[in-house]
Design a protein. Sequence first.
Length: 85
Amino acid sequence: IMNMDPLGYYISDYAVFLHRRKRDYDKAQSFYSKALLQWPDQASLHLKYAGFLRHVRRDVGGAEQHYKRSVELNPKNADALGNYA
């Protein structure tokens, strides 16, 4: 799936599916981590992972880092800006 997904959209959507629908948090975290290694400059991926860290893992510091990176990559994204503020 990684090779067929040049921008990381499918893999990040699958990670969201794993954590929101299946509640398989460990597997979701694994997919997020792999996706971020392959697509470190994908703002939407950082935003989704930040939400996962904040709401599921209760890792506010980690979430803040990914919100910040999302804003750096896409400063006009209202969701990223609102969550980072």
